[in-house]
Design a protein around this ligand. Structure first.
Ligand code: BJW
Length: 228
């Protein structure tokens, strides 16, 4: 059985990573447009760098939770039959042990040079406009996908959705496209669809089945059911 899992901020919430659109969400005090558009970066690069620098630094203070670990356990059991597509830019899936992970909205621990288009592993702050390790230009930006930019790896994602027997969406509000449309695409290609989320998402009615509660409880339970 081919399984595609889409994850969003909710899967990392119990690790202590704030979500975007919950009451205590990441955007309180920062509107999305303030920090997550190319125009915002042109207008106020230092503010945007500081926002991502703080999230990058916070990564070392959080750990994967039982939901990330359950997906890694599922990969151990089914191997290449599982693909995790994450909207998250943290590295908690990888730290839990998952290896088949596509980061469609980029990664905090990567820098993109607007000069040479090179991508570089990155741990440090960027608000001091460091030189690109490739070309030396001071044109580095977070390697993330902002509104109006095209998400990464869409060809691979849609191929996987086409082949999927089961599509599972975990911890995402369904507010941001194209990820919010994956459930309809997977359904149209013939997959069964399941939502695991704290509360019904915006697209909950598109799923064949929905279970609501914390990912740290729901995901291990679902994996146990599947493997049992
Ligand atoms: C728990 C939990 C627990 C909490 N357990 N659950 C009009 C209609 C349709 C589309 C558009 C439109 N106008 C503009 C667009 C396009 C636009 C878009 O979708 N806008 C919307 C606002 C409508 N999209 C884009 O611009 C995208 N690009 C694009 O469309 O390119 C064109 C193109 C596409 C395809 C082919 C060719 C061309 C790019 C979108 C980029 C999004 N970027 C961000 C920032 C990334 C970097 C960063 O992290 O800073 O991505 S925005 C932000 O939202 C981030 C997230 O990945 C994304 C989704 O958020 P997510 O993960 O769903 O988090 P929340 O907070 O919303 O939800 C958390 C959920 O978890 C909640 O439901 C909670 O209840 C739940 N939860 N605790 C389980 N313990």
């Amino acid at each position: 059985m081919n399984i595609v899992v889409l994850t969003g901020a909710g899967i990392s919430a119990e690790s202590g990573v704030p979500t975007f659109r919950d009451a205590d969400g990441l955007w309180e005090g920062h509107s999305v447009e303030d920090v997550a558009t190319p125009e915002a970066f042109e207008r106020q690069p230092t503010t945007v760098h500081r926002f991502y620098d703080a999230r990058r630094a916070a990564l070392s203070t959080v750990e994967p939770n039982p939901a990330h670990q359950a997906l890694a356990r599922l990969e151990d059991a089914v191997g290449d039959d599982l693909l995790v597509v994450t909207q998250n830019i943290d590295d908690l899936h990888e730290r839990a042990g998952s290896t088949r992970v596509l980061h469609m909205h980029g990664e905090l621990l990567s820098a993109l040079c607007r000069g040479c288009q090179g991508r570089f592993p990155w741990q440090d702050a960027m608000d001091d406009f460091p030189p690109c390790p490739g070309c030396g230009a001071t044109e580095l930006r977070p390697d993330v996908v902002w509104f109006g930019e095209v998400p990464y790896q869409l060809d691979r994602i849609f191929l996987a959705l086409e082949r999927a027997d089961l599509f599972v969406s975990i911890g995402t509000s369904g507010a941001v496209y194209p990820a919010a449309g994956f459930v309809q695409a997977a359904s149209a290609y013939g997959a069964r669809t399941l939502e695991l989320n704290l509360v019904p998402s915006e697209g909950t009615h598109f799923f064949d089945e929905a279970r609501h509660g914390p990912a740290g409880r729901l995901v291990p339970g679902w994996v146990d059911d599947l493997l049992g």
